[in-house]
Design a protein around this ligand. Structure first.
Ligand code: ZN
Length: 330
């Protein structure tokens, strides 16, 4: 049993990572990399609700499960950012034990440079970057097999990515961020290794892990293509989201009101280390506006933009799944 900021029993906790959202430049190149090279499912093709003339692309597993989702705001021509203090410095995907060798060959055959494999908390890790320079990792985790996958992207099922494994936050100091994770969101400190402290939600395991890493405070991050915009933590219900948001407020932080994101309800706040956090509900999920079988195939717009569909479609650059015939040339 854990206790929250005001001594109440902490009955509401986050189950871990809901999604990670990053910035990209060219949308087709982004789609080719994540749905092609990495073999993720495009689970939603929509627009940036705050800038509806640009895409918001969601990648994940077969069902678009919370914890499998990496999303992008691709702004054509976006200036490249710089990963540094106050950001999510790396996003790691889980792959099955024994699959890392297959993945290294896959990256090499697709012309993706990677670092030499290392071990972290006993697990093999390989680091690489997406075409915009976003730092990514693959972690071979024995519990990866418990999670959903997608075998429609050209990666054999036995090797396919099994959701987000963990995120690493780059911080000048970790204490205040650690307090938010433990006292507001219900994470627990589980391990230390070098300059890295690991926190886990619920039963831990892939999708429930966040590492806090102390980085030289001079390495300030700058937003832009190839950087993470925010990381979202799961709330099981709307009521849980409100409870978690209240605890964030009680720590003197300033969460936004609940915002309807169509596929989840969201609250955003800047944690003391500078990283933008979101709390996102598991329901209603990505089948809210299209069937599970055809997730990601059609451009979906929230109700407020549906009357402007023709204008929006006219300005969005055409994109197509890797291997598909571009619509305009069909
Ligand atoms: Zn988000």
């Amino acid at each position: 049993m854990t206790f929250g900021t005001e001594g109440e029993i902490m009955t509401t906790t986050s189950a871990g990572i809901h999604h990670v959202t990053a910035i990209a430049s060219d949308p087709q190149r982004n789609l080719d990399f994540y749905a092609g090279t990495l073999g993720l499912r495009l689970v939603k093709r929509t627009v940036n609700f705050d800038d509806p003339q640009t895409y918001h692309l969601y990648f994940g597993d077969d069902a678009g499960s919370p914890g499998s989702i990496l999303t992008f705001f691709p702004w054509p021509g976006a200036r490249r950012g710089r990963t540094g203090v106050g950001q999510t410095g790396a996003t790691a995907f889980a792959v099955p034990e024994g699959s890392l060798g297959w993945w290294i060959a896959r990256l090499v055959s697709h012309g993706v440079e990677h670092d030499a494999p290392t071990r972290r908390f006993g697990q093999p890790v390989v680091a690489f970057r997406d075409p915009d320079g976003l730092p990514l990792e693959l972690v071979a985790d024995p519990r990866a097999g418990e999670r959903g996958t997608w075998d429609g992207g050209g990666v054999p099922a036995q090797h396919a990515i099994r959701g987000v494994h963990s995120v690493t936050l780059w911080l000048a100091r970790t204490d205040a961020t650690a307090r938010v994770l433990t006292e507001a969101l219900g994470f627990a400190h589980v391990a230390d290794e070098g300059d890295r402290s690991r926190y886990a939600a619920g039963g831990g395991g892939p999708g429930a892990l966040v590492d806090l890493r102390v980085v030289d405070a001079g390495l300030r991050g700058a937003g832009g293509a190839g950087t993470v915009h925010h990381v979202a933590w799961r709330a099981a219900t709307d009521a849980d989201e409100v409870a978690l948001s209240r605890r964030v407020s009680a720590m003197g932080l300033q969460p936004t009101p609940v915002i309807d994101r169509n596929y989840f309800n969201s609250v955003y706040f800047r944690e003391p280390g500078g990283v933008l956090f979101e709390i996102a509900t598991d329901p209603p999920g990505f089948t809210a506006d299209e069937p599970a079988e055809s997730l990601g195939e059609a451009l979906k717009l929230p109700p407020q933009y549906e009357p402007r569909r023709a204008q929006i479609e006219a300005v969005l650059p055409p994109i197509h799944l890797p291997g598909a015939v571009p619509a305009k040339e069909a």
